[in-house]
Design a protein around this ligand. Sequence first.
Ligand SMILES: *[C@@H]1O[C@H](CO)[C@@H](O)[C@H](O)[C@H]1NC(C)=O
Ligand SMILES: *[C@@H]1O[C@H](CO)[C@@H](O)[C@H](O)[C@H]1NC(C)=O
Length: 180
Amino acid sequence: MIPSPWKLLNLFLLLVTSAAAAAAASAATAENSQSLPTLSSNGTTVFELLPKFGLPPGLLPNTVTSFSLTDNGDFEVNLSGKCYVNFEYLVYYESKITGVVRYGEISDLKGIQVRRFLVWFDVESIKVDLPLSKYIYFDVGWITKKLSIEQFTTVHSCQKGLTENMIEQVVDLYLIRLSF
Ligand SMILES: *[C@@H]1O[C@H](CO)[C@@H](O)[C@H](O)[C@H]1NC(C)=O
Ligand SMILES: *[C@@H]1O[C@H](CO)[C@@H](O)[C@H](O)[C@H]1NC(C)=O
């Protein structure tokens, strides 16, 4: 059975409404988290630590609540909630990010996605050139995206006006449905 346009419209409105509610909820989380500590046990912040590995601090948003790092480079970062940051591409952070950090490189990364052509890709590793260049590389499986490193030199807050992006995604979804 082909759904009537009216049903699709209803679905669309439902999706938009829930997207807006979700956006409002996550904006509230982002606001609450501003004052939370981002310190490890010895008083170093993760934003001080990244440059020690040749990596820009802005790879992580300012909602980090805690992190741990072992001697062999395994790390775990907790954020106060899920987070979107609009870089050259929209980047999504889960509330927990894990990976292995070595000088100039994060591998085995879990918890960061990048959006390209309406599709979300898992970022599997992040690399910089050694010596440093103007670029940073996001590895999403079979593709490596070359991005300007400059946008990661400052630490960003999670996007507050998320609604627009989410509505855009819902519209994308709607258009994809219509085109089938
Ligand atoms: C704190 O710990 C990190 C690794 O956990 C280390 O790289 C850094 O040098 C330490 N800072 C101090 C001041 O000991
Ligand atoms: C991150 O959060 C989880 C669940 O709340 C907790 O078990 C874990 O210890 C936290 N990790 C760090 C590095 O604080």
